[in-house]
Design a protein around this ligand. Structure first.
Ligand code: SF4
Length: 640
């Protein structure tokens, strides 16, 4: 099918579906190149609808980087909502790119963003709607190369059968190396296997078909075998030594999307070491952006887009070193321009309320968010988020006094060694915060508690621990529902089944691919959407695959067990994670590692890279040890 035929069918279909603006393209700042003169064409896909995908900063950055190359074009692809999917299937209209309306199957490379695991069935749906064989082994040189990256790719095994190559880590540099490797291969007209082997030589690229997994009889992993000497073990996470200049020419959607704002990443990585937090572990080292660069980027992005809101993004915004200078700079530079500036992920300290007030951000409407994650000091020490209850109450007082009416408190149940008293403490703490609010602003005070259930993630100190069983989760939620009611209090929670799905997929092995496939074949998709998630389809998937779901969730894994993601090196070493897990059992905490380096593994892995970029942006100590073998820019990972 060619673009003209796609356009013709769209003309017929679009008036019959909701929000046709999701499917038209043509927005301000989209880039359309001449398909016939650009040799390498990349489709960048987010496996959910446009409304969500348009807020994905990672894909927007790659779109910009690729389109800056004269010999490459990049276009966007999103999944259609159910009504559009039905109409497309009925009309035999394949999934197409928004810019030129070429079918996805006509592109050279399909790059899929996988920031979280509940997008896996959508990914299969995306391949199917594109007419691309689902399994990598069934694809030929006529099909696009299917690559994927994002945080979920740090355990690539559940999707190993469906993805040709995973990007492990940061994509800004590696994407160009992949495209160049592809272009060379295409020119030489070699077999597809040669392309895959060449890709495996790039630092940060994992090609799953070059490895075989062996299991013990009890179902645990024995080892991973490299099928060729060109397949390295481990595959080291790619990083950029310095954050590239921020993107400013954002595409402006015609319709309302999840975030109608300019997102500017101010810092990458986190040094706090919360033990449940995968992002905090896998995005190390911390690299900060200079304040002037951020201010200039805001200025430029506002001019290019007309947005009225800016999100200054990082995992822990109050840990951004020059945060006061940044806030002062924003206030001076944009005074009188009615700009809303949001600073998400603030720490629990009175300083956070001062910061937000000085930014005059828009959170007064929606509420001030704090994430203590646990309600007792004992539990907060176990998860390494040490903050005293008094400090939390003091921060709450400050927030109410500065004019907010609602405080949102985020907690998790199901942390390791949690007792029912720790759960009850969540209700007590919410009531205590509400009491402070009532004292300060009277009946206008509100506390909204968001209580999710902890899911252990790969590459964290809690990667070995079991997930609460359904009946445990239900008992804890029942207690909270009973205790957290009354005027001014609101409770939100997740269904236990949703937690289990995330838990199976996060720590799944390669066999999980069959469960995902069967669940999708039975009709599972949009699993991250509460109204669409069908637990029964997943149970059917496990049964078809002959696997026991409890094996992946309820079992405490011994620290010496081979884990499905052990061959993926996220740079924080396993020995550090093990020690940190054992520390948690003793309630021992770690301070911010900018105050004292705990030798988590980052520095030896990237010593050469650090040496080339001394003194700038990194928050890890300088490298002073003698030069030794490690990964400098462009240096290849060495096989074990
Ligand atoms: S090397 Fe040290 S300072 Fe750097 S992230 Fe690891 S513990 Fe923190």
């Amino acid at each position: 099918m060619n673009p003209a035929e796609v356009e013709r069918l769209l003309g017929r279909i679009l008036p019959t579906v909701q929000k046709p603006g999701r499917y038209t393209g043509g927005e301000l700042n989209q880039i359309v190149k001449d398909w016939s003169t650009v040799p390498t064409r990349v489709a960048l896909a987010f496996p959910d609808i446009y409304d969500l995908g348009m807020s994905n900063l990672g894909l927007a950055i790659l779109y910009d980087i690729l389109n800056r190359q004269s010999d490459v074009l990049a276009e966007r692809v999103y999944l259609p909502w159910n009504d559009m999917e039905a109409a497309m299937r009925q009309a035999d209209l394949p999934l197409y790119s928004l810019e030129s309306k070429h079918p996805v199957a006509k592109f050279d490379i399909l790059g899929i963003s996988l920031p979280y695991e509940t997008l896996y069935t959508n990914t299969l749906n995306l391949l199917d709607l594109s007419g691309i064989p689902l399994h990598g082994k069934e694809r030929t040189s006529e099909h696009p190369l299917v690559i994927a990256g994002g945080h979920a790719a740090l355990n690539p095994e559940p999707m190993a059968a469906f993805i040709d190559a995973f990007v492990i880590g940061e994509g800004e540099e590696v994407i160009l190396e992949i495209v160049r490797t592809f272009k060379d291969w295409k020119t030489r007209q070699e077999p597809r296997g040669t392309l895959l082997e060449s890709l495996a030589q790039i630092w940060g690229v994992y090609v799953p078909s070059l490895y075989e997994v062996h299991y013990f009889e009890d179902g645990t992993l024995s080892h991973l075998e490299a099928l060729t000497e060109k397949a390295p073990i481990p595959v080291l996470k790619r990083i950029v030594p310095k954050l590239p200049p921020p993107l400013t020419r954002f595409i402006v959607p015609f319709i309302d999307v999840t975030h109608n704002r300019v997102p500017i990443e101010i810092m990458r990585g986190c040094t706090r070491g919360c033990r449940f937090c995968q992002a905090g572990m896998i995005t190390r080292p911390v690299r900060q952006r200079p304040v002037e660069e951020i201010l200039d980027a805001i200025e430029e992005a506002l001019a290019h887009t007309g947005f009225e809101e800016v999100g200054l993004l990082s995992l822990s915004s109050s840990d951004f070193g020059p945060i006061l200078n940044l806030v002062r700079g924003v206030n001076e530079r944009f005074a009188g321009r009615h700009l809303n500036v949001s600073l998400p992920s603030l720490r629990i300290e009175t300083f956070s309320a001062e910061l937000m007030e000085s930014l005059k951000d828009s959170s007064r409407r929606s509420g001030f968010t704090l994430a203590p994650e646990a309600a007792t000091e004992r539990m907060r020490e176990i998860i390494n988020k040490p903050v005293s209850t008094e400090q939390l109450l003091e921060t709450a007082r400050e927030i109410f006094s500065r004019g907010w009416h609602t405080i949102k408190l985020y907690f998790m149940i199901g942390h390791p060694s949690e007792t029912i008293e720790d759960v009850r403490a969540i209700a007590d703490l919410c009531k205590a915060v509400l009491k402070e609010g009532r004292r300060i602003i009277g009946k206008r005070a509100r506390v909204n508690a968001g209580v999710s259930t902890f899911v252990p993630k790969p590459h964290t100190p809690f990667q070995w621990v079991p997930v609460d069983a359904t009946d445990q989760i239900q008992a804890k939620q029942a207690l909270l529902k009973k205790e957290l009611r009354g005027p001014g209090l609101k409770l939100n929670w997740n269904k236990p089944e949703e937690t289990l799905l995330e838990a199976w997929l996060s720590r799944g092995d390669r066999r999980m691919g069959k469960v995902i496939l069967r669940a999708w074949q039975h009709g599972a998709k949009f699993d991250a959407w509460q109204e669409h998630f069908r637990y029964d389809l997943w149970m059917q998937g496990f049964e078809d695959a002959g696997l026991n779901p409890d094996f992946y969730t309820l079992r405490e894994r011994p620290v010496d067990e081979t884990l499905p993601w052990d061959h993926i090196d996220a740079a924080v070493k396993k020995q550090f994670l093990t020690e940190d897990y054992l520390w948690s059992l003793e309630g021992r905490t770690r301070i911010d590692c900018r105050e004292r380096c705990f030798a988590c593994g980052i520095l030896p892995k990237y010593a050469a890279l650090r040496r080339v970029h001394p003194g700038e942006t990194w928050e890890c100590p300088e490298v002073r040890s003698p030069r030794r073998k490690s990964h400098a820019k462009k240096q290849l990972p060495s096989p074990a």
